[in-house]
Design a protein around this ligand. Structure first.
Ligand code: GLV
Ligand code: MN
Ligand code: MN
Length: 425
């Protein structure tokens, strides 16, 4: 076995990782008007199947032991020297939003594979096994809630409930789509074995690291998420003949809620954010008052009490608008996750490792949701962030520089090695 010092000299092959990112990015590729190269690989679509097949092929090439569980999570494991030791797990997701990029999620999975290949190439054994996972439907763009696969993996949602979730776009049943693409696997879910530790490499998806010229974020936790779908029912009527005071305008109420939740977030300040990302009007015609609006509200805060305050203000706003305009508003919760704090030892390990590799670092919370927040329920967890150019993500222009990708992957490698060698004699 190599000593700790020589293990510290080990480095990933950044070019190989980049090539895999490019290859996976070709699956479901979408091109922007200015040559941007994005990705549309919604969960459990044909494109998702193609992406899964590609990654599973790479896992097989590396000789990893692959399991596919009942909700479609794929876990590939490299054995350790101690058969009784729990695996150190790395991973993320390979599904994307409809107008996504090539790095969100993919980096954590392919960075994990790169760690495996580096260890293999140098003939390095670890005491703990090492697993690389990709979890089903992290994005929640097609099936809600988001982080669904990792949530079921840790026992936070019953498998049967997850399989019965319906798609927001075509009402397809998750379990049926899973079977259709060939990823309803035989391995039981939730998992019977909690990992020894979990670490996820991810792009920041925001502007902070770039703005402060920092290479590595040591992620302290993930903010709370509250997703609600609203169905507003008014009455369609003639746009020319109906006086303003006699309208029951679902379109107006949707717009007032959009402006209202933004005002709530602005007034609350701090980390509070509010977004209306989807809004559909019926019948959606120029001269007809909208009879119905369906919309979503996404509220997030790092502090649970403040998130609850934002939700209370949002609900009060809906009640007031329903009364004033004479419409009904039905609220349906799509996702609700409390803020998560990661394990202090893991956060410090990420920070120390990055500093030792010569990188500037920053401790920071995550604004986006991640599979890591689910794994944090069952094992010590943290994340490694690398900068997003112009802070963009969930956007086809999403980009992270190759040098930052390599930097993050080398931090991942060293963090994994540190955890996987624990207890070795
Ligand atoms: C997942 O990507 C989310 O934070 O919405
Ligand atoms: Mn992601
Ligand atoms: Mn995402």
């Amino acid at each position: 076995m190599r000593n700790a010092e020589s293990l510290y000299d080990l480095r990933v092959d950044g070019d190989r990782l980049w090539r895999r990112l490019e290859a996976l990015g070709e699956v479901g590729a979408i091109l922007g008007p200015n040559g941007e190269r994005g990705c549309a690989r919604l969960a459990l679509t044909d494109a998702d199947r193609e992406g899964r097949d590609l990654v599973v092929g790479w896992m097989r090439d590396l000789g990893l032991a692959i399991t596919i569980d009942a909700v479609g999570n794929v876990v590939a494991t490299r054995a350790g020297t101690d058969a009784t030791a729990a695996p150190v797990m790395v991973g993320s997701h390979i599904d994307t939003v409809r107008t996504g990029g090539r790095f969100d999620g993919n980096l954590g999975v392919l960075g994990g594979l790169e760690v495996m290949e580096t260890l293999e190439q140098h003939g390095i054994s670890t005491r703990h096994p090492i697993s690389v996972a990709f979890f089903t439907d992290e994005e929640g763009a097609r099936f809600q809630p988001d982080m669904l696969g990792s949530l079921v993996y840790v026992g936070g949602m019953a498998l049967e409930d997850a399989l019965d979730v319906r798609a927001a776009d075509d009402n397809a049943r998750l379990g049926d789509e899973l079977a259709r693409i060939g990823y309803a696997g035989p391995t039981p879910c939730p998992t019977a074995t909690a990992p020894h530790a979990y670490v996820e490499l991810h792009i920041e998806q925001g502007p902070v690291l770039e703005d402060e010229d920092i290479t590595i974020g040591a992620v302290t936790g993930v903010q709370g998420i509250s997703w609600t779908e609203l169905t507003i029912v008014g009455q369609s009527a003639h746009a020319g003949t109906t006086p303003m005071r006699l309208r029951h305008d679902a379109g107006y109420v949707a717009a007032a809620i959009t402006a209202g939740v933004r005002a709530i977030a602005r007034e609350m300040g701090g980390t509070q954010v509010a977004t209306v990302g989807r809004c559909e009007l019926l019948p959606n015609l120029v001269n007809v008052i909208a009879a119905k609006a369906t919309m979503t509200v996404d509220l997030r805060n790092t502090d649970e009490a403040r998130l609850e305050k934002a939700e209370a203000s949002f609900h009060a706003l809906c009640d007031q608008l329903a009364k004033d305009e004479g419409v009904t508003i039905e609220r349906r919760s799509l996702a609700r996750f409390e803020p998560v704090e990661f394990d202090e030892g893991m956060i410090k390990l990420v920070q120390r490792t990055a500093q030792r590799l010569g990188h500037s670092t920053k401790m920071m919370p995550s604004g986006a949701g991640h599979d890591a927040q689910m794994l944090a329920r069952v094992c010590p967890t943290s994340m490694i962030f690398v900068p997003s150019v112009n802070g963009l993500s969930h956007n086809i222009a999403e980009f992270t520089k190759p040098a930052d990708i390599s930097a993050g992957a080398n931090v991942l490698l060293q963090v994994v090695l540190a955890k996987a060698m624990e207890g070795a004699v």
